[in-house]
Design a protein around this ligand. Structure first.
Ligand code: PEP
Ligand code: MN
Length: 348
């Protein structure tokens, strides 16, 4: 349920409405709709509360049907969302590049990769410690030890870190180690997980399920926002189609569509979409040209020996070369380069 406040609703009236709702243990999310302030109410209040809201002078309208997503839409916020993760700015004025291995494996591996991707201009370091694997017999990640190695490498090379949370009970622990919590594609509609990460004070990278529509992705983001966390990056990582030549099909049209519907930053992960390293750089370039606010790229010092997703991981040389191209493209659009050590435009 949503109540729209009158344009002349006074502070005193707002406080009264809030008191009525708090007494009924109704959670409020403040939003904008069509230029008016509105409250989204969860759960739906009982009939007595609804009746007192309907009578209240500060309330213009009680809408029984709330849109399935509101907080993540342009109706809520017309301007694109920008936020910092450590020193890295995320948003339309820059290019976020999250790079690193599929899985954290060893300290040496993490240090080597972090140094290379930082030098090449990546803005964040990724690495999975809790891995969602299709087979239970595949490498499942190093767990908490992996979080430590990721945090150490990120700290050493001044890169904020991104890692996946697979279960609600892991959220608080992982938030102690990592700067961004990733919700993986397989968990996009794990609603308790979305609520749990929504309660953490860490930005979220939400990956689109290969089976989800754009609307379902936005509704998943709405769960996180409604739980109190609006620092969300939406990530397109390929959807399942009839095509078998690539691991998934990169839905590049999702980029402009999401950017029109939502104020949230949009990141593209071409690595999981195509599944083969030689096709990652062209799709990375096309994503930037098409308006993506950032990229997520898998990189490994020795992809043939990676514990997971080696076939789609770039070597460090390939990553550095790709970065020259994507930074040039981003610079040509006037985006600022927020890579460590360089705050100037990348146009030069
Ligand atoms: C990953 O980023 O390592 C991952 C498992 O990706 P996805 O959830 O998109 O499959
Ligand atoms: Mn992977």
């Amino acid at each position: 349920m949503m109540i729209v406040l009158r344009a002349d609703c006074s502070l005193k009236e707002k406080a009264e409405i809030t008191r009525i709702l708090e007494a009924g243990e109704i959670n409020i999310n403040v939003t904008e709709t069509g230029g008016s302030t509105a409250f989204i109410l969860m759960p739906t209040p009982d009939d007595d509360i609804v009746a007192s809201l309907e009578r209240h002078g500060g309330v213009a309208e009680v809408r029984r049907a709330t849109p399935s997503c509101q907080l993540v839409t342009r109706d809520h916020r017309a301007e694109p969302t920008r936020f910092h993760v450590g020193h890295a700015l995320v948003g339309p004025d820059t290019l976020t590049v999250i790079a690193g291995p599929c899985s954290v494996e060893t300290r040496t591996q993490m240090m080597e990769i972090a140094e290379c991707v930082a030098d090449a201009g990546a803005t964040m370091l990724r690495g999975g410690a809790f891995k969602p694997r299709t087979s239970p017999y595949s490498f499942q990640g190093l767990g908490e030890r992996g979080l430590e190695l990721l945090a150490d490498a990120g700290g050493r090379f001044k890169l904020p870190t991104v890692t996946e949370v697979m279960a609600p009970e892991q959220a608080a622990l992982i938030a102690q180690y990592a700067d961004v919590l990733q919700v993986g594609a397989r968990n996009m509609q794990n609603f308790s997980l979305l609520q749990a990460v929504g309660q953490q004070h860490r930005p979220i990278l939400l990956k689109r399920s290969p089976m989800a529509s754009i609307e379902e992705l936005l509704c998943a983001a709405e769960y996180i926002a409604a739980a109190g966390n609006q620092r969300i990056m939406l990530c397109e990582r390929g959807i399942r189609t009839f095509e078998r030549a690539t691991r998934s099909t990169l839905d590049i049209s999702a980029v402009p569509v999401l950017k029109q519907l939502s104020h949230l930053p949009v990141i593209v992960d071409p690595s999981h979409a195509v599944g083969k390293r030689e096709w990652v750089p062209p799709l990375a370039k096309c994503s930037v040209a098409c308006g993506a606010d950032g990229l997520m790229i898998e990189v490994h010092p020795n992809p043939e020996e990676a514990m997971s997703d080696g076939r789609q991981s770039l070597t460090m040389d390939q990553f550095s070369r790709m970065m020259v191209d994507v930074r040039r493209l981003a610079g040509a659009e006037g985006r600022q380069d927020h890579a460590e050590g360089s705050q100037q435009s990348v146009r030069a």
